[in-house]
Design a protein around this ligand. Sequence first.
Ligand code: ZN
Length: 189
Amino acid sequence: MSGDFSKMIEFMTLIGQLKRVQRTGWVRSNITRPESVADHMYRMAILAFLVDPASGLDKDRCIKLALVHDMAESMVGDIAPSDGISKEEKHKKEEAAMGYISSLVESSVGREIYCLWKEYEDQSSAEAAYVKDLDKFEMILQAYEYEQLEDKPKCLEEFFASTKGKFQTDQVKQWVESLESVRSNPKTS
Ligand code: ZN
């Protein structure tokens, strides 16, 4: 096996690991068969397809940011605030993981992946801010679905409470409002 190919396989094995890292919030809430980090990023990427054309945001960039933003979790896992790891330490671990992961592919691709991750992490563009809103929206949509699937209405209120007032973009704010109204009036939806 050539060196490049074995690195590519290692890269893809790490990406595959994202299918097995379960999202910590659902595990702690005792959700049956909780989704993986890959599941979460895939639906965020699809949500990014729906970006309002009038927003002026670069849709392809939003899709790429969604696909990359949690990639470090293939190595460090899904660290939750309740894990007692400081924000700085979490950032350091994830930065090191991204440095390693992006070194496994051709250098220009590796640079692109690393810079997209950093752009999201630093929230340094309008696209990154939009994708952060999608991150939270995807989570509460998932919470709503689990409430339905487990037949326990409003049992995941903490996820809604933790994102309240934190959305920044008009489009996602409207989605949140609509979701909350469907959740409050399930019969009329
Ligand atoms: Zn995420």
